[in-house]
Design a protein around this ligand. Structure first.
Ligand SMILES: [Zn+2]
Length: 185
């Protein structure tokens, strides 16, 4: 962090290369994500503790891209996108290891890196279809309690609203009738 990040400017005219070298939105490298995908680690990443400072309170995290999203819809849109698909495809190949380099150098028998199954992993909040409001309630430890009170409040609000609207509607109608009357006059 900080300090000189890039001393030379090369690839001046190569927009794709330039995008690859961009540092601002750079996330983890594939080998780091490979560590994240190991059993015992993925589970924690798919059900992370609520963090109010992270986008989506850290509940909509794409493990493959090491990126937080603000809600389930944003996550789903991301998963359908090209950058994510490319990443998942690249993660299918097992990462380059020292063992492989030794085998390639003639020590032991060479075995090509294996392809493995790699599907998009959904964080728990996406699987459950939680909204940000749900996440907040869960974070506050209210997930079992308040729905009943909340519903009653909502119903009460609606009951209050409806007659008001109707009265207004009636008023509007009478007004419009008056206006029409005026126009006819
Ligand atoms: Zn992704």
């Amino acid at each position: 962090m900080g300090g000189i990040q890039r001393r030379k400017r090369v690839h001046n005219n190569d927009s794709k290369m330039r995008r690859k070298l961009r540092l601002k939105r750079r996330t983890k490298d594939l080998d780091q994500i490979d560590d994240d995908l190991k059993p015992g680690v993925v589970e924690n990443l798919l059900s992370r503790p609520v963090d109010f400072d992270k986008p989506g309170m850290a509940q909509f995290y794409c493990v493959h891209c090491a990126k937080d999203f603000i809600n389930g819809d944003a996550f789903k849109a991301h998963v359908r996108g090209k950058p994510h698909k490319i990443r998942v495809k690249n993660l299918r190949l097992e990462p380059y290891t020292i063992e492989e380099s030794l085998r390639a150098a003639g020590m032991g028998s060479y075995k090509a890196p294996a392809k493995r199954k790699m599907d998009t992993l959904l964080p728990e909040a996406v699987v459950k279809g939680e909204t940000i409001a749900d996440v907040k309630r869960r974070a506050l430890g209210l997930e079992d309690v308040p729905l009943v009170e909340g519903e009653e409040e909502v119903k009460a609000m609606k009951d209050d609203d409806i007659p008001d609207n109707q009265e207004e509607g009636v008023d509007d109608n009478s007004d419009s009738e008056d206006e029409e009357g005026d126009k006819r006059m």
